[in-house]
Design a protein around this ligand. Structure first.
Ligand SMILES: Cc1cc2nc3c(=O)[nH]c(=O)nc-3n(C[C@H](O)[C@H](O)[C@H](O)COP(=O)(O)O)c2cc1C
Length: 344
């Protein structure tokens, strides 16, 4: 949707804006190879929270990203460590030394880093797919939960459920700030998540289609062209992920349909395919991770335009939803008129 006239942005006051000290409860989720300093700083400068993804970067390479982000923004930003990929103690110390105060962990046990993060006075955020893991992360002491539902891009839980059930399920059982992720690309998705009980949202895929993203043009073109059945979940038996249906994914889906052994599928996928997509735009060999919301994307915009757009849509959608109700008296009068018309 294009917003021709940019209305004044709404003011937010949620558990997430208060926790992070940001204006809008909009977080840019870390994306391996695709959430670098320019995007992260742009999101934070617009009043959201940008998050740098460490992925498998060396401490030195990641430090360069942290330093560059600090050069580009004086607002809060976060860093992400996907814990299954390695030992991030050194990365963490480097980030703390640079004054980073929002540490977002995913894919592993938060117990590994949480004590050190808390001792340093920083905030721990943990990404989970369901209520059970949200509760165990809270027990480990995290300050906020990102609930990544089944629509999300990147790695997903094969038993995952979609946001409409997952968000209220978790919201009603936890008492730390809840950030909803998965399939959200516009103000309607944001409004829905907040109505379901979230205190904020995290988006990945929508940020890939921005001018400040380092996603290559081919990646962005594929995102804009994607339809509703073009972003399937693959590798269901060992490391499920949601990505665009490119040649590699088509082949994985075929192997899975033929019930080929897991080892064979694993060997075919191998390593480094996300980087081949993100850095080399290699259509034949890369895996282009994306969420199902890609089907809704229509344009590449700047991060500023995206914030203007999404906040205007949010206001419009919330207004539309509340406009569907009338004061009780007027509704009864309207119903009475309908009854009278039927009877008369
Ligand atoms: C290309 C890509 C790479 C991702 N890499 C990571 C990652 O390294 N660490 C992580 O915690 N989440 C990762 N994610 C998940 C995002 O942070 C975010 O939660 C997710 O994209 C939300 O779903 P959406 O894409 O539908 O908005 C990745 C997602 C995408 C699309």
């Amino acid at each position: 949707m294009t917003v021709l006239h940019v209305p004044e942005r709404p003011v937010f006051d949620t558990a997430v804006t208060r926790l992070f000290g940001i204006e809008y409860p909009i977080i840019q989720g870390a994306m391996a190879w695709l959430s670098e300093a320019r995007l992260v700083a742009s999101v934070s400068n617009e009043g959201g929270l940008g998050v740098l993804g460490a992925s498998i970067m060396s401490v030195e390479d990641f430090e360069a990203q942290v330093v560059e982000t600090k050069r580009l923004t004086d607002r809060p930003f976060g860093v992400n460590f996907p814990l299954v990929l390695g030992d991030y103690h050194q990365h963490l110390e480097m980030c703390l030394d640079h004054g980073v105060r929002i540490i977002c962990m995913s894919a592993g046990s938060p117990k590994v880093l949480t004590p050190r993060i808390k001792a340093a006075g920083a905030l721990c955020v943990h990404v989970v797919p369901n209520l059970k893991l949200a509760q165990s992360a809270i027990k480990a002491g995290v300050d906020a939960i990102v609930l990544e539902s089944y629509e999300a891009g990147g790695h997903v839980n094969v038993d995952g459920i979609s946001s409409i059930t997952n968000i209220p399920m978790v919201a009603r059982h936890i008492d730390v700030p809840l950030i909803a992720a998965g399939g959200i690309v516009d103000g309607a998705g944001m409004a829905a998540a907040m109505c379901l009980g979230a205190d904020g949202i995290q988006m990945g895929t929508r940020f890939l289609a921005t001018a400040e993203s380092n996603a290559p043009e081919l990646y962005q073109k594929l995102l804009l062209e994607a339809g509703e059945s073009d972003v399937p979940v693959h590798s269901r038996k060992f490391h499920p992920g949601r990505a665009l249906k490119t040649p590699v994914i088509e082949n994985v889906l075929k192997m899975e349909a033929e019930d080929r052994p897991i080892e064979e599928v694993r060997a075919f996928i191998g390593r480094g395919r996300a980087k081949k997509a993100a850095h080399d735009a290699n259509l034949e060999e890369g895996i282009f991770y994306a969420g199902s919301g890609a089907a809704l994307l229509e344009d590449v915009v700047t991060v500023r335009e995206l914030f203007d757009e999404i906040l205007a849509q949010y206001r419009e959608v919330v207004g539309r939803a509340s406009g569907l109700m009338r004061p009780r008296g007027s509704a009864e009068r309207a119903n009475g008129a309908v009854r009278a018309a039927h009877e008369g």
